[in-house]
Ligand binder design. Structure first.
Ligand code: IPE
Ligand code: IPE
Ligand code: MG
Length: 263
């Protein structure tokens, strides 16, 4: 689906299912520790969970799935764990790109990729290029991503465009900022899920989560399966999203909202 169409899709509010699900996949380390195994085994089990959830989202006709794979703060982990995560990331990409392509899934990365190895950056580009025309699910992988980084890079680009004259007489509006975020061409998340029991956002999509429904579960990421996701979607469907309106307004007339809650 062309990106413009993705943006103009009606909000999940009227269709029932979330269009965009964003997940903080947390709890790999604790999953392994509970089994007296090294954290690396937890991360490997986490990759298997990713595969299942991606397949399920494609089946359910979810349009966008954003997965937080590595935060801009995760470099603070022991060197050994960071290097294991990088190898796992590269190997997983190597193995999965063709399969994603066959399943008509478009792969995208958000985050500052300049810190990754040349090999990994090349794989990321290859994955994006090979799958760019696919239009079933868009799988967005947030890697070396931080919500604050995203806003900074947006502001930096805007300032640069203003100084070179590419943007003239433009005030800093929400729309202008939106257009420069790494998610500019995607609808905002309808449903945010964090596994692993922590109830925090940990510098994920700070701007984009303004009106997202939040769902927290104790389930550790490697145990999060199709049924767990179905439970989260069920919880989402039982909620009334109001975007500042009253509950009565939402019931009285079917207000058609875009992904930013605008009528
Ligand atoms: C999430 O699991 C994976 C990454 C951050 C890469 P964790 O590794 O944070 O697992 P816990 O929170 O230590 O259990
Ligand atoms: C958030 O999990 C990042 C990812 C899942 C990639 P963390 O485990 O790093 O978050 P904190 O440190 O507990 O907030
Ligand atoms: Mg964690």
């Amino acid at each position: 689906m062309p990106t413009d169409d993705l943006n103009s899709l009606e909000s999940a509010n009227t269709s029932g299912n979330p269009l965009h699900i964003a997940i903080i996949m947390d709890g790999n380390g604790r999953w392994a520790q509970k089994r007296f195994m090294p954290r690396a085994i937890g991360h490997q089990a986490g990759v298997k969970a990713v595969r299942k959830i991606v397949e399920y989202c494609a089946e359910q006709e979810i349009k966008v799935l954003t997965l937080f794979a590595f935060s801009s703060e995760n470099w603070r982990r022991p060197e050994e764990e960071v290097s294991l995560l990088m190898s796992l990331f590269t190997a997983t990409l190597q193995r999965e790109i063709n399969k994603l392509d066959r399943n008509n899934i478009r792969l995208r990365f958000i985050g500052d990729r300049t810190k990754f190895s040349d090999k990994l950056q090349a794989k990321m580009l290859e994955g994006e290029a090979q799958t760019k025309d696919n239009d079933a699910l868009t799988l967005v992988v947030a890697a070396n991503y931080g919500g604050r980084w995203d806003m900074c890079q947006a502001f930096q680009t805007i300032v640069k465009k203003m100084s070179t004259g590419e943007l003239v007489n433009q005030s800093i509006s929400e729309q202008l900022i939106n257009q420069h975020l790494s998610t500019a061409d995607l609808p905002e998340p309808d449903l945010f899920i964090r596994t692993g029991g922590e109830q925090r956002v940990s510098n994920f999509l700070l701007w984009q989560l303004a009106y997202t429904e939040l769902y927290f579960t104790e389930t550790l990421w490697p145990d999060f399966d199709q049924d767990s996701l179905a439970d989260a979607i069920k919880s989402f469907k039982g909620r009334q999203r109001r975007f500042g309106h009253t509950g009565e307004q939402m019931l009285d007339k079917p207000i058609v909202l875009d992904s930013q809650g605008q009528a």
